[in-house]
Write a protein of this length. Structure first.
Length: 163
């Protein structure tokens, strides 16, 4: 009788150990999974230095960042829209758009410095300066209007938040 009980206890420990290993493995995979298009961490600017005419420490890297800009994520907070926007500086530069056409006229060159809604874009503000059915005459690079073209910009799935 005690032998049968011992077998049941061993089976239970093996089953519990296997279940624990499975849960731990799942948690490890969840933690290691990359987050889609997460913005790079902010870096502090290097201290000013160098002699006059010489590049300051880190100046070359800063200029390269300035020239290319990388990708930005505009997080959508909406009950109806399920996708956020991944903005590509490279794609816009490839179309011949100069940085000065947007920065500081349309967008502030500051992370989280541009808060806007789809209604603002539809009124011709922010992205809507160029992405407009009837852009202003001074717009050098008019582009598709957002109406009926949602999926051209809204490409990143918004995470579902448990309540």
């Amino acid at each position: 009788m005690t032998e049968a009980i011992d077998r049941l206890h061993r089976r239970g420990r093996i089953r519990n150990g296997a279940l624990l290993a499975l849960v731990a493995g799942g948690l490890a995979l969840l933690c290691l999974r990359p987050v889609a298009a997460s913005p790079p961490p902010l870096q502090e600017k290097p201290p000013a230095g160098g002699k006059e005419g010489e590049p300051k420490p880190g100046e070359k890297e800063d200029k390269e960042k300035e020239e290319h800009g990388g990708d930005l994520v505009f997080h959508v907070v909406s009950k109806t829209q399920k996708y956020s926007v991944l903005y590509s500086h490279e794609r816009h530069l490839a179309e011949g758009i100069e940085c000065e056409e947007c920065h500081e006229k349309v967008f502030q060159k500051k992370l989280n410095g541009n808060k806007f809604k789809m209604a603002d874009i539809n009124r011709g503000q922010f992205c809507g300066v160029c992405h407009n059915a009837a852009p202003a005459a001074e717009v050098k690079h008019p582009a598709f209007a957002p109406k009926n073209h949602c999926s051209k910009c809204h490409t990143l799935r918004v995470r579902e938040v448990d309540k």
